[in-house]
Write a protein that binds this ligand. Structure first.
Ligand SMILES: NC(=O)c1ccc[n+]([C@@H]2O[C@H](COP(=O)([O-])OP(=O)(O)OC[C@H]3O[C@@H](n4cnc5c(N)ncnc54)[C@H](O)[C@@H]3O)[C@@H](O)[C@H]2O)c1
Length: 412
């Protein structure tokens, strides 16, 4: 039996419950402590998961003084990822941090560099990467089944799915500039962009042109009185990479439209359509007999291949769920690549190392570069180069946080 991995959680909001569903299913892992600024929420959470009051903290810095915790799971909101996750590594703990890596590229880079600075392990939650759909697409591209790639399209659409409003169970921090930072592109968009960067072999970004809008939300008929809406509801863009591939990007949280298309990658020999990209954590995130917290139904990642086989034009569906299950039966070690948290636990334990694990901080950093290109391009009214994004990205991370019991000043 492996030594038990003892975990502390920071932030006991909606996503922490999804993480708990998964932690409870991974053998030899145990959440032993948690921190949350809201005391009432913290104690209710402790009761739900059977964690005694002495292991619950309103100030996460107190939890980080313990020497019987192996790693920390950071479940706070976007502009708090860098301050809190850097503090975790500074205190000497490996850190698993929620997506997006941060609100801006500049903040993501600080978190990325902190791994080396404090000699600690870091991972960023990107559920779209840990499944058969992504592995199969990457393999087909590497084997040349698509030929020379030249264009890809990343699409995410909700008819009306605004966190904290149409989806009231979601935190209103999603739509606050100070805490959430940005809208759909930094929410579901990062899953789509990260997956595409990864399967295409991390092409080097060249230029980005983009625009964003908040017109849907500004419609006074749709915005209840008193609700502050401070981020985008739509971002679109086009990016080019130094290897000649282009990528167009569309991501909304709400639009008066039924269908805006599907994500795909096109090459000289074939095209791959990506259906139902996993943005909710896959099968382990489903509570027994229940719905995934904040996501609902279990997604069914699927690929469709278009091309020629034996001289015949073909279109074929690849059922990734079924094939994923069969793959693990034949090669049990693949299970380490089917879930973010399973992967993280294996990395912390040393069953995966820097050469065998999926480098999510690197993928998340490059994703932040790409998404920020869209916002910088709009600000400058022109396309921007990757170097310009790196140089001009501004920090948005929280430096000083007011809590119900006092102020936390961050040092990063
Ligand atoms: N809700 C989802 O379905 C979902 C899915 C995937 C990823 N995420 C990501 O997870 C993160 C959190 O989202 P959420 O929906 O759980 O938000 P949430 O607001 O429900 O939870 C965040 C919690 O963190 C607490 N918190 C804030 N500052 C803290 C601090 N200094 N110390 C301890 N606790 C602190 C808040 O009080 C809150 O309870 C976001 O970055 C989001 O992008 C959320």
């Amino acid at each position: 039996m492996a030594k038990e991995l003892r975990i502390g959680i920071i932030g006991t909001g909606m996503i922490s419950t999804r993480h708990m569903t998964v932690w409870e299913k991974i053998p030899d892992t145990k959440v032993v402590a948690a921190a949350e600024i809201d005391e009432k929420k913290l104690y209710a959470w402790g009761e739900r998961y059977g964690i005694a009051k002495e292991n619950l903290y309103t100030d996460f810095r107190e939890m980080l003084k313990r020497d019987d915790i192996d790693c920390i799971d950071v479940c706070v909101h976007n502009n708090l990822h860098t301050p809190v996750s850097v503090a975790v590594m500074q205190a000497g703990f490996p850190c698993y941090s929620e997506k997006p890596m941060a609100g801006t590229y500049a903040d993501a880079k600080i978190l990325y560099d902190a791994q080396k600075k404090y000699n600690q392990k870091l991972a960023v939650q990107i559920s779209s990467i840990f499944n058969f759909q992504t592995r199969q697409a990457k393999k087909m591209i590497e084997e040349g089944k698509l030929g020379q790639l030249y264009h890809a399209r990343s699409v995410g659409h909700r008819r009306e799915g605004r966190p904290g409003f149409d989806m009231p169970a979601f935190s209103r921090d999603f739509i606050s500039k100070e805490i959430g930072g940005h809208g759909p592109l930094c929410d579901l968009g990062i899953y789509h962009l990260a997956q595409f960067l990864y399967v295409m072999g991390m092409p080097e970004l060249d230029q980005v042109f983009g625009v964003s809008s908040d017109v849907y939300y500004r419609n006074p008929k749709l915005l209840p009185e008193g609700l502050k809406y401070e981020v985008e509801d739509l971002s679109v863009g086009i990016a080019t990479f130094k290897n000649g591939v282009s990528l167009d990007i569309y991501e909304d949280w709400a639009m008066h439209m039924d269908n805006v298309g599907t994500s795909f990658i096109a090459g000289s020999l074939g095209g791959l359509k990506f259906i139902d990209v996993d943005t909710s954590g896959g099968e382990l995130a489903v509570p027994r007999g229940g719905m995934i917290a904040g996501a609902g139904r279990v997604q069914k990642p699927t690929l469709e291949f278009f091309g020629y086989e034996d001289g015949l034009m073909v279109s074929k569906v690849i059922d990734c769920q079924t094939n994923g299950r069969k793959e693990v039966l034949a090669e049990p070690e693949k299970a380490l690549f089917n879930d973010n948290q399973v992967h993280w636990a294996a990395y912390v334990r040393g069953d995966l190392d820097d050469t065998t694990r999926i480098d999510t901080p690197k993928i998340a950093l490059e994703t932040a570069l790409l998404s920020e290109g869209i916002f910088l391009s709009q600000k400058l009214h022109r396309s921007v180069t990757a170097d310009e994004i790196r140089e001009q990205s501004e920090k948005m991370a929280v430096r000083s946080q007011k809590t119900p019991w006092g102020v936390i000043d961050y040092d990063f």
